[in-house]
Write a protein of this length. Structure first.
Length: 261
């Protein structure tokens, strides 16, 4: 049985979005790279304490959108708010746990040294770093490999360590870009159970995925295709709205509707 990694008192201390029903708000956001219009009039409201899934194929704009929400990229137009503040906002970086698609790890350091380094950047005390390192490494099932250099880790182990780093500092907002890619099904199940525990404690999670069965684990979904949001709602609502029996069928339908338009 996994431990609950973020305690209620930690959430209360770190969660200014508790007084606001929407922890993340995106309004009319557009983003281009040169002549390539990657995001097209994106509007999104993500409630506090929800797991919100961003579902779509590779290249549809999911990563660009989450980078804007996390404050790593700036939109060409539109507004993005996290915890009631306009992004990008340097002062909010310690309130957001961001996990990128590519692992941002120091390969010459051990896993424990990576966590210690990033914990110190977030202003954690040595005692907090020690406690949280043990907790997050247990979650991702890497406790036995804590003293191993990251360069000796497999790709799946690096993904798990990246997830541990994202939640290391007890952030009230988690932005996770395909967090379970390369992770075995049993551990993936345990990690999703932990995501639901975190949401129940008030943490807001934005999770991108192109895996349909993970979409069913989210409280709400937004489907993306070709830089646009094509449908929003719960998994059940999106299916019932058009009379299909799976989220995959729903995605194919809504994608087809967009092509017709």
């Amino acid at each position: 049985m996994l431990k609950i990694l973020i305690k209620p008192k930690d959430i209360e201390k770190n969660s200014p979005c508790l007084d606001n029903p929407h922890c993340i708000v995106v309004r009319n956001v557009n983003k281009s790279f040169g002549k390539n219009h990657v995001l097209k009039d994106i509007n999104l409201e993500i409630p506090n304490g929800h797991i919100y899934g961003l579902l779509g194929p590779s290249g549809c704009g999911k990563t660009t959108l989450v980078k804007i929400i996390a404050g790593i990229l700036e939109a060409n137009s539109g507004e993005t708010y996290v915890l009631g503040q306009a992004m990008p906002q340097l002062g909010l970086m310690n309130k957001i746990g961001y996990m990128a698609q590519s692992d941002a790890l120091y390969s010459s350091l051990t896993a424990g040294e990576n966590l210690e380094f990033f914990g110190s950047i977030y202003g954690m005390s040595k005692a907090e770093i020690k406690r949280r390192t043990e907790e997050v490494m247990e979650l991702v099932n890497l406790s036995a490999d804590i003293h191993k250099p990251v360069q000796a880790y497999s790709g799946g182990m690096k993904r798990r360590l990246s997830l541990a780093m994202a939640i290391m500092h007890n952030p009230p907002v988690l932005v996770l870009d395909e967090p379970t890619v390369g992770i075995d099904p049993l551990l993936r199940k345990s990690i999703w159970e932990e995501f639901h525990k975190l949401a129940a404690q008030g943490v807001t999670l934005l999770v991108t995925t192109h895996v349909m069965d993970e979409a069913d684990k989210c409280d709400n979904l937004a489907m993306m295709r070709d830089g646009r949001l094509i449908a929003k709602g719960t998994s059940q609502d999106l299916q019932e709205r058009i009379g299909v029996q799976s989220i995959e069928e729903a995605f194919i339908y809504y994608g087809g509707q967009q092509n017709e338009n």
